[in-house]
Design a binder for this molecule. Sequence first.
Ligand SMILES: [Zn+2]
Ligand SMILES: [Zn+2]
Length: 347
Amino acid sequence: MPSVAPESWLKVTERGLYCEPGGFYVDPHRPVERAVVTHGHADHARPGNRAVLATPETLAIMRRRYGDQAGEDLQPLAYGEERTIGGVTLSFLPAGHVLGSAQAVLEWQGCRIIVSGDYKRRTDPTCAPFEVMPCDVFITEATFGLPVFRHPPDEGEIAKLLTAQRQFPERAVLVGAYSLGKAQRVIALLRRAGYDRPLYIHGALQGLCDLYRDLGVDLGELRPATGASKAELAGEIVLAPPSALADRWSRRLPDPLTAMASGWMRVRARAKQRGAELPLILSDHADWDELVQTLEDVGAPEVWVTHGNEEALVHYATGRGIRARALALIGRGEDEQEGSPAEEAKA
Ligand SMILES: [Zn+2]
Ligand SMILES: [Zn+2]
């Protein structure tokens, strides 16, 4: 048992999780004086905070998206480094979710709490893999926290995409993928599968693809889809934010075959609603098996569940003798990479 009760120093407030002795919020959903940010998705990294502590990659993503609004005082903390704030020791561990994504490790008076943000356990060529650290309290999301959610291997999904590309030399294969993380991952997975033709991208993906490349992620040759002729795009793979799939924009493509890369493509109704002829189950969130495996790996006697299907995971954990509770955090579960209408409108 930790020497201090975890809920006495890390509190759920209406602005988000607040570390009282450290005087900072983790992923606050409204602007605060001091924010610790786990990763660049808009439901975790919001503009307008004064001081922001995050990995250098996350800060670069926030600067790219928010400009001056990223924060007045941006404080980089690389994976494995430590910072002490008001007696609380803070460090970051890779979360395997998107480039720069981190689990925030907080230690105070012998009690260690890990706020994992969003994470996944499978290999992603665009970011550092999730690292396990034992802790007293593990705070987890549960986006796919139901036993029905089991994501298939990425290789099979990418193979489906490549089959479609080969099968229809007169059409363009249009892949809907969120602009931060998913688009770059699809590109990197295609490259890993040996696909070395140029990939065409929607203008909304350019900035973050450039940034990933600047930060050392190899994406191969990317060309702007806007401006390319129909003839040039026949037989090619084009990536665009999901909002562009049904948009006028896609009319420039030769008879597009629409694919969509998301963990939700497991759900037939969602694929249909998206108009995805080719649903690709590619998620940047842990599936049920990964969630359960992670609880086992970190071995925390206590688990707090932030968003998604909290109840099923709380029930599972309780059954395994873990003290578990659902946190009612405001503003989560709108992760742009798995489908927030608000984010898509911006994309
Ligand atoms: Zn996320
Ligand atoms: Zn999220």
